[in-house]
Design a protein around this ligand. Structure first.
Ligand SMILES: [Zn+2]
Length: 440
């Protein structure tokens, strides 16, 4: 067996878009296979009976495989708990062939762990003899096994992802998502921006029209076609005139985390908002005045209007000091944290399963769900932050900075990040090329 690495996989016919469902259009598949035969001689032959019986067995999803391997091709979509052994039996393929596949060094491990939903492609001679198989191992690696005169030969064909680094900027007029979209940035990267600053900025309530951002991130493509955004590398966000910056740093152990330009972690003891902004209203309007929902008592907290059932997360690590019903708060959870801080989450529709008094919770853990229990005129979360009994504005309370990077890493940190950070100030004009950043 040999493994050829570095080969570029290119086949014009194999693509998800061309995979036809045999179950619903076996005839079309046959027609297409016949048509395809003119273009590439060694292609699919497939009987209707075979197609239908396999479809009935729920095994076949697509039949078309204009491949270099000669013979009939069958594509199988792996279901939960499927094993290669079962699949070989259902396809009536030789179990002796399976045994010789498994006997190949390295191949057994590559073949034995199937992922539900993945596609395996088998090539056979119509009489049960396996001629080859194909499996996508990862986004960029495809395994092909072919029968040769002296047994099976396996190859791994690599088709690496291309990484481009892009810098873009936007100004918020209606929402972060819309500003991102206008700048050609995906929702995925917009969410990443909010996640990076979750300890500094309340993206649910405090993003305003006129807030600005500059972001440098990876765009991943394959064969020249855009796939998705990759890592967020650096970002600057100006929230109500105050500027926040973050940069991604990969430490020598390979862990990627975000830091301020000075090398301080962005993580802090408390999240600014106990709700994920995407779950609240993904197209929220920062110009809209927040509705006054509950003015029964002097208001000492922050109200987050959100649909009933929206998950509520613990703002910081702590312990449940109360979980139950309390007057106007309705279903309420109180968490006690270090340094005399207590956070309170009221009007919930229900608590997280298994949440009990005395229990420890970690930051971001779901503790309950938005509702309108107690004195509430609509579904919302009432959130309070108290320190030694005094009510504080959770959006303004100063949070201690987390520990900085160890001094030994600072030189490496600055070497990796200074260019990215400088790029934020140059803005979108400084859009980096493919080799602008050596991302580890
Ligand atoms: Zn309230």
């Amino acid at each position: 067996m040999r493994f050829d690495r570095g080969l570029k996989w290119r086949h014009p016919h194999v693509s998800g878009a061309l995979a036809l469902k045999v179950g619903c259009c076996a005839l079309l598949a046959l027609l297409w296979a016949g048509f395809e035969r003119d273009a590439a001689p060694a292609v699919t032959e497939f009987s209707v009976a075979q197609a239908l019986s396999l479809a009935d067995a729920g095994l076949v999803d697509a039949s078309l495989a204009p491949m270099d391997i000669a013979g009939n091709a069958i594509e199988v979509i792996v279901r939960r708990n499927d094993t290669l052994d079962q699949i070989f039996r259902k396809l009536q393929l030789s179990l002796a062939d399976l045994a010789s596949l498994r006997a190949l060094p390295d191949l057994r491990a590559t073949l034995d762990r199937l992922r539900p939903g993945e596609a395996l492609k088998f090539f056979h001679d119509g009489a049960g003899q396996l001629l080859g198989l194909e499996r996508q191992l990862s986004e960029s690696e495809r395994l092909t096994v072919e029968r040769a005169s002296d047994g099976f030969q396996a190859h791994i064909i690599e088709n690496p992802l291309e990484r481009d680094v892009r810098t873009a900027e936007g100004t918020i007029t209606s929402s972060l998502f819309e500003a991102a979209q206008a700048a050609g940035i995906s929702d995925q990267t917009a969410i990443a921006i909010a996640d990076v600053f979750a300890w500094d900025i309340d993206f649910v309530l405090n993003v305003r029209s006129g807030d600005r951002f500059v972001v440098t991130y990876e765009k991943l493509s394959q064969d020249g076609e855009y796939l998705r955004d990759g890592a967020l590398l650096a970002v600057k966000f100006v929230n109500q005139g105050r500027e926040y910056r973050a940069v991604r740093y990969v430490d020598p152990e390979g862990h990627a985390r975000y830091f301020t330009p000075e090398g301080r972690s962005l993580r802090k003891a408390f999240l600014r908002a106990p709700l994920e902004f995407t779950r609240v209203s993904s197209r929220f309007n920062p110009n809209r005045k927040h509705p006054v929902l509950n003015r029964i008592r002097a208001h000492r907290g922050v109200d987050y209007a959100a649909p009933t059932g929206t998950p509520v997360r613990a703002a910081g690590d702590g312990r449940v000091q109360f979980r139950g019903i309390k007057g106007g708060y309705g279903n309420v959870v109180e968490l006690s944290h270090a340094n005399g801080v207590v956070t309170v989450y009221g009007h919930m529709s229900r608590f997280a399963k298994r949440l009990r008094s005395g229990q420890r919770v970690t930051q971001g853990e779901v503790i309950g769900y938005v509702g309108q229990s107690g004195l509430a005129t609509g579904p919302h979360l009432h959130y309070e932050y108290r320190q030694n009994g005094a009510y504080k504005d959770p959006q303004k309370v100063k949070l201690p900075n987390a520990d900085p990077l160890p001094a030994a890493l600072l030189a490496d940190f600055h070497a990796q990040t200074s260019r990215l950070l400088a790029g934020l100030d140059q803005g979108a004009q400084a859009a980096g090329g493919p080799a602008a950043v050596a991302a580890r």
